[in-house]
Design a protein around this ligand. Sequence first.
Ligand code: ATP
Length: 369
Amino acid sequence: FAPWENPEEKPLIEFRNVTKRFGSFTAIDDLSLDIYAREFFALLGPSGCGKTTMMRMLAGFENATEGQILLSGQNIGPIPPNRRAVNMMFQSYALFPHLSVWENIAFGLKRESKDKEAISARVEEMLRLTRLTKFAKRKPHQISGGQRQRVALARSLAKAPKLLLLDEPLGALDRKLREETQFELMDIQEKTGTTFVIVTHDQEEAMTVASRVAVMDEGKLIQVATPDVIYEAPNSVYVADFIGDVNLIEGRGTTEGERIRLDWAEGQPPIWATPRGPVDTDRALTFAIRPEKVSIAKDKPEDRRNLLEGEVIDIAYLGNISTYHVKIAGGQIIKAQTANTRRLANRDITWEDRVWLSFTETSGVLLEH
Ligand code: ATP
């Protein structure tokens, strides 16, 4: 059982019908959400959707206008930020430039305790955890960006918070370092057992690190699920489009036994789909299919129900994969992606070629509007 599937498990954090207004503007709109201990939970959504406001309410910098936020079953509304078992790591890291790495990590501990030995032991432990022992005496300007990021992490974890909030923690790092650091973050999260809630603009980052992802829009949760469910079974056009690359084909559906027949363009054969659950065919439907689920070939494949003919108008070669943009009759562009394993399977396909796109009945999802 994952904790969120276990009815016995109590959530660490509960948002209960939380609304946050700034004047007449509603930033968070009657939102309910449970996050469990030891989760690495990601908040994802476009700028202004309310991610930071959620974090600030957890940290205690803002209070909910309506509803309650509970931590371990206790309403944290009246508890000031410094009395909550919550810490927040900012994108800027906010390290003290005149203090050494060691002193930066010890800072919060010294304010709480006079026990020098205990503080020292805890700092050493944090240095080991973040592989910074060698750099303990250096000042922040004498270490790399990635190391500074780890100091900030060590400092935020030193007081063993139940919950660590990470606001774009890797935003300042270049791509390669960022990817390495994602795995390090996951490792540290697992070793300490602390619950992490991360805000990121980078959907790949959210998908990599998170146990579950919440996709938000205008102060509401649109879908909360594991990364694979978010990607493979988005619950809306919004989520399908926000995460990764997707082809969206709009049309009218008719139920024919187990299948749905989608009529979507004059002169084009219908698309056949076998949905995972019941679909309401009285409304406009969108068939969403990832480019890697669409096959491309020069010769017309035999025995395929979903076949589209078109012309290659663009090819993006990305090393491990290639993406083909194919314009089909009616003008819609469908993307097909192939993995460039061993041999370039579609090496012979080039610009302006007539090609056949095909996909199975279960490779996409039907989404209602
Ligand atoms: P970004 O990714 O750009 O940081 P976000 O999803 O974190 O965006 P928030 O910072 O939570 O968004 O802001 C949500 C909405 O609330 C925005 O429209 C913002 O303008 C508004 N907002 C946030 N703080 C205040 C405030 N103190 N006063 C008025 N409006 C605010």
